[in-house]
Structure formats: C-alpha cells, structure tokens
Design a protein around this ligand. Structure first.
Ligand code: GRF
Length: 190
C-alpha cells in the first residue's frame, strides 16, 4: 500500500496550482491527499475549485484576529485536527510566521513565478518584464521566515515571449503546474 501524505494547500487566488496538484493526486501521480484548503480570502476562486472536488475549505480572515500569532494558531489547530504533515503554498499571499514555522519546520513548500533569488515578492512576472529579462522561470522552494528566501528544491527557465506579459504569464503558469507536480513527487513519492 502506498502511503498518502496528508497535506494542506494554502491559496489566496485562482487556485490553478491547487487544481493541477489535485488532478495529479487523482491520477495517483503524487502520493498525497489534500485534506484541507486554507485561504485568507473569502472570495478566492480556489474555494469553488476545492468544493467541486469535495475538499474541505477553511477560510480564515487575518483581520478577525488581533495578532498574526492568533491567526496562525487558528490555522494550526485545524491542521493538527486533521493530522496534516506538509503545507503546500500555492499562491498564498502572506508570509508564514513563527507559529506555523515552529510547528512545521522544513515541511512547508512554496512556488514562485521567477528564477529566485531574482524577483522575489509580489508580481514577480511584472518585475521580470519591467526589468527586460529575456528568460525568467519558476522556483519551488522550502519556506523560511523570509520572502521567497528558502532553500531551492526545483527550478525551470521560461523564455519571455515577445515582451508580451499575457503570453509569458500563460507559459509560466503551465510550467508551474508541471514543476510543482515533479517537486511534490520528489518529496512524497518514496
Ligand atoms: C502563481 O504564479 C504562484 O507562483 C504565485 O501565485 C500564483 C498563483 O496562481 N505564488 P494560482 O492561484 O495557483 O492560479
């Protein structure tokens, strides 16, 4: 019997990476089970994507808490309740704080749409276009207390297409879905 690693996916937006991971799991390509989707945005499209797959969603609004510690403790309780082993960040637009880092250590991963350490933080694709680079890419990395600074697990280059943001963004997203799958296979498929 293959062991399925219980994971939670954290997302703040569309959730195309969530969808790609969920589909790869359905195809038994990644040996994991998404026990929970966590979002900080009550209107994030990822909620619909998760619900249509029957995966529970926890919406936690940071503004409802006085401190980041209280916000993350609420999340941590839900993770513990479901015995989640790994946290997979997929477009989660917040820094992970000491509460979750302390509990999950090196079992938190993130995907970022650039070749780190270039263009960390928000709108990495826009930053790359503005800089005029000809090649950018995708990075999957462990999460530490910094902004996109953790140890790199996997990277892939993507050419900037005709200086065109829309085309380049579509190419990056397609590569993200494949690189995240391969990274999670590397981590979970033993
Ligand atoms: C991706 O580009 C990811 O690298 C970044 O946020 C975006 C999320 O896209 N951190 P989606 O919500 O998975 O479609």
């Amino acid at each position: 019997m293959v062991k399925l690693i219980p994971i939670a996916v954290f997302a703040s937006g569309s959730g195309s990476n969530f969808q790609a991971i969920a589909e790869a799991i359905e195809q038994q390509e990644i040996h994991a089970k998404i026990e929970l989707v966590i979002t900080d945005k009550p209107d994030a499209y990822v909620i619909q994507r998760a619900e249509s797959k029957g995966i529970p969603v926890l919406v936690v609004r940071p503004k409802a808490f006085e401190t980041k510690e209280a916000y993350e403790t609420e999340i941590l309780n839900a993770l513990k309740e479901r015995e989640i082993e790994w946290l997979v960040l997929a477009g989660y637009m917040r820094l992970i704080g000491p509460t979750l880092l302390g509990a999950y250590g090196s079992k938190i991963v993130n995907i970022h749409p650039s070749l780190l350490p270039s263009f960390p933080g928000k709108d990495a694709i826009g930053q790359a276009m503005a800089h005029g680079v000809k090649v950018t890419g995708v990075t999957v990395h462990y999460v530490d207390e910094g902004m996109d600074t953790g140890a790199i697990i996997m990277q892939r280059a993507v050419e900037v297409i005709d200086g065109d943001r829309e085309k380049t963004e579509a190419a990056i997203h397609a590569v993200e879905h494949d690189v995240y799958k391969k990274s999670l296979q590397f981590l979970f498929n033993k």
